[in-house]
Write a protein that binds this ligand. Structure first.
Ligand code: PMP
Length: 300
């Protein structure tokens, strides 16, 4: 943590994070009635902002929230926030860029003005670097992913309690492991901030979009994998599909693609960074202009 506060943008103003204020009556705080999206920089430059802002717009539409900025204005503000905080990046570091839209303080009005916020925060490369050396250990908790009939997983909302409870269970039982949630039918769903892929030969599978957050990285990786000649299929997958897999990897904005070493204590056949995961990570690195694995390993 640096001693100088980072600067964020909130409702029309750039303010130090220590001075940013939101009402304790904001429905985003009291009931999770808010949405967000999280992009990142590569070598300090924002990446795939239009894709993240399109998903933010879909989340806003689902909750009938109206941000105070258009997509073009969000991009302009994001660039300024990144520039103003550039001093805070360590060598080889990069930022997350968060866009948040909260309902506002509904105590005062039936349709309060939404709060619109743009934040950047250094990605914790140091904490996560060992994952790019050893792979991620996954455990499936007893808690299932919220079904689309209750709250659509496609909405990126402030309500992450489903994941918080799942992570608590996994961390209490298997320190260092990450939670991979199953859906209500016992099929693979997603991690608390990542999508999952399972490799069988030249075929790569991932859960159907209806059951998960449609990751921006998931979509990018599906395209890159198809360009590399792999067959990519969205379908229901169960734990047996992971136990028989050659490789398993997770995707997210900050991880890009990171290999999985074990699931529920079973080693993945070809290890965490088998040939397919490695090829995909290379293609992703070329697109991003940064060697993703090297960047993480530089923090070991
Ligand atoms: N699922 C969930 C629940 C997430 O929070 C995230 C992170 N945004 C992802 C998947 C991965 O999405 P993306 O690739 O857009 O970061």
């Amino acid at each position: 943590m640096s001693s100088k506060p980072l600067v964020l943008w909130m409702n029309g103003e750039f303010v130090p994070e220590t001075e940013a204020r939101i009402s304790v009556f904001d429905d985003g705080f009291t009931r999770g009635n808010a949405v967000f999206d999280a992009a990142r920089t590569f070598a300090g430059k924002p990446f795939q902002l239009p894709e993240h802002l399109a998903r933010l717009e879909r989340s806003c539409e689902a909750l009938k929230l109206t941000p105070s900025l258009t997509a073009a204005q969000f991009i302009d503000v994001a660039n300024q926030v990144v520039q103003k905080n550039a001093w805070a990046l360590p060598k080889y570091g990069d930022f997350w860029i968060d866009f948040r839209v909260t309902r506002g303080a509904s105590r005062d009005s039936f349709s309060p003005p939404a709060s619109t916020i743009v934040i950047c925060d250094p990605i914790p490369f140091k904490t996560r670097a060992p994952l790019f050396r050893d792979g991620i250990k996954l455990v499936t908790p007893s808690i299932r992913r919220t079904p689309p009939s209750s709250v659509s997983p496609r909405i990126k909302s402030h309500n992450y309690l489903n994941f918080v409870l799942a992570e608590q269970e996994v961390k209490d039982n298997t320190p260092g492991a990450w939670a991979l949630l199953l859906d209500e039918h016992g099929n693979l769903a997603e991690g608390s901030s990542s999508n999952v892929f399972v490799v069988h030969g030249n075929e790569i599978y991932t859960p159907r979009e209806q059951m998960v957050l449609p990751g921006i990285t998931r979509a990018t990786v599906m395209k890159l994998a198809r360009d590399l000649g792999y067959t990519v299929v969205e379908k229901d997958l169960d734990l047996r599909d992971t136990y028989l897999a050659d490789e398993v990897f997770l995707t997210s904005t900050s991880l890009c693609a990171c290999g999985v070493s074990q699931i529920n204590g079973r080693a993945v056949r070809n290890g965490a960074f088998g040939p397919v995961t490695t090829k995909i990570l290379k293609a992703y690195s070329e697109l991003a202009g940064v060697d993703v694995r090297k960047q993480y390993l530089a923090f070991l």
